[in-house]
Design a protein around this ligand. Sequence first.
Ligand code: HAM
Length: 367
Amino acid sequence: MFNFTTKGGHRVALRPEMTPTLARLLLAKGRSLLLPVKWYSLPQCWRYEAITRGRRREHYQWNMDIVGVPSVSAEVELVCAACAAMEQLGLTAQDVGVKINSRKVLQTVVAQAGVTPEKFAPVCVIVDKMEKIPREEVEQQLHELGLDASVVDAITSTLSLKSIDEIAAKIGETHEAVKELRTFFDLVAAYGYGDWVLFDASVVRGLAYYTGIVFEVFDRAGKLRAVCGGGRYDGLLTLYGSPKPIPCAGFGFGDCVIVELLRDKKLLPSLAQEVDDIVIPFDETMRPAALQVLRQLRAKGRSADIILEKKKLDKAFSYADRIGAVRAVLVAPDEWTRGEVTVKLLREGEHGKESANRGEAVKVVDL
Ligand code: HAM
């Protein structure tokens, strides 16, 4: 938590994630909300972390959540959306993968070992640290939670199971978790992202509220922390006061790790500034006319800028170049009296087929 005491003596925390906010929002909407809903958001989040590559104290996080769908088709849709986003960025299944597990597996093993249900979420939070802190320390924390050595062994051996078949051998082929995992993999393959996903029993995720399938996107080179993480959290809304459980699943996809990955792969998109039109008044007497042209262009939905100060033409054109303008629209006295302006195409714009290329007179009405 990024928390502190304000000058007024209030203890506050900056939002570390969006999911509790989403839960409150859903509850506020109450019955007026027709389920299922699919929502996304791009919140800024803060965590008081040790800063490392891809880990910041402040980041933006794309969230996508599906509310009201109890079946794994929700998780399938979410994971495929994350894969599609990465594919659009130029990444492939050789660059990234999505590790899939179900918390229901560990929950069953822990329950069979006699651990009371309220200890399950803390167990997951501790187990999630397995890759970050020494194993002995994890085991120590589990002991401190009141788990004896045989339970700790049962947990660690479950985390190292290698396939859904091994899970099935342990908890039974008809177990809900096994059926859900098998359906999930079948459906993701049917959608076409089968080679992006893999089963990994060690993924439990560090947030207490997950109840079913959990997943994490990782870089296959193993250099970075998780690119994205999510899962099913059917109990969270009850925690915030919902009279009945509402099935939810979602993920958070941060901006920092993906940028590092895209930079490594030389896939960072060029986000060069681009303006459709730069309007250039020939001189200050033409500024009122230039402003009319500017307004007309903006009303058409074009991004348009204007030279704000008296500038020589060559300086105006070098400004146009600096802002990446596609067209220069010169408003000069003679043309203006004929209801025309001079349009010069400076570069190939997003719109492609611009009407002029080297300073042609264009009727203002046709701009
Ligand atoms: P999370 O795993 O804590 O899950 O965070 C999701 C993603 O946010 C991470 O995979 C990473 O991309 C990014 N992220 C988290 N912390 C940092 C940080 N300090 N610096 C940079 N990036 C970071 C959640 O937050 C859940 N609320 C996700 C979710 C939504 N589950 C269901 N719906």
